[in-house]
Design a protein around this ligand. Sequence first.
Ligand SMILES: [Fe+2]
Ligand SMILES: [Fe+2]
Length: 305
Amino acid sequence: MIDPPVFGRHQPASHTIIHLSDPHFLADGVRHAGGSDSQGNLAHTLETVRRVHPHPSAIVITGDLTDFGEPDAYRRLRAMLEPVAADLGCPIVWVAGNHDERPALRAELLDAAATEEPVTGVWDLDGLRLIALDSSVPGWHHGDIDRAQREWLAEQLRHPAPHGTLLAMHHPPLPAHVPLFDILELRHQDELAEVIRGTDVRGILAGHLHYSSSGMFAGVPVSVASSTCYTMNLGRPAVEVNGMDAAQAFQLVHVRPDVVTHTVVPVADAPTGDYFSEEWTREMASLSAEERLEAFSRKPPRPKA
Ligand SMILES: [Fe+2]
Ligand SMILES: [Fe+2]
């Protein structure tokens, strides 16, 4: 695979992150209650992940790693993800969600003591700082970043990182248009905004909604990745939205010196055209800027009626 050539005004991405969410694994590989094949659907997603980038900086999974926090579900998830991360040469960032159980997550994914301590972490990805927050609340499905975690985050953000910081958390600090979702929203958002505003945070990666969405929080773009397990059928009236076993997706996060973009990647088997071959790309690269504009941007004359 050749690196895509750069013909425009933006510099190439310094980092590419794979952002997955909500795999909802179950013990013994049983299907999700809604009928989705959690394992099969993630395996399908990971085939796509392997294709889209040969050496991402990290694979980030923003929570609801399992459906009930069962140890066997975590073991299955780890067994599926670790070989992919090893082949791509990148770390896995596990983020806790409301369907997770911290003790089992810690024991089975982190080889750590099985405690209720929040699952947080800081990664230095060649100058890009990635901070995982734990918005889960033991025993509940709504989210929160409590005072202790906010103080810890403020301490981490005291000094900027060379390429800035991305936060990863399960509950997005955004509203949802789907009824009832706000019962489970993130609490203490104003207090969290105070910690983030004015720092080097350039993006917030989240999950929980089971559909792709984006918005701003404390002056920072928030990007919600859909689920690899089941997604919300948003093509229905909001009051009738419910889960479906279709349209799974993940996101590619490109970090450039001037901007961070979040691109939704559909997981689908569909025939694709053969318009941009490697040979064609090489030909484009061999042209001058003016020749390229002429070859690719110039509209052909409109056929006469
Ligand atoms: Fe979920
Ligand atoms: Fe969730």
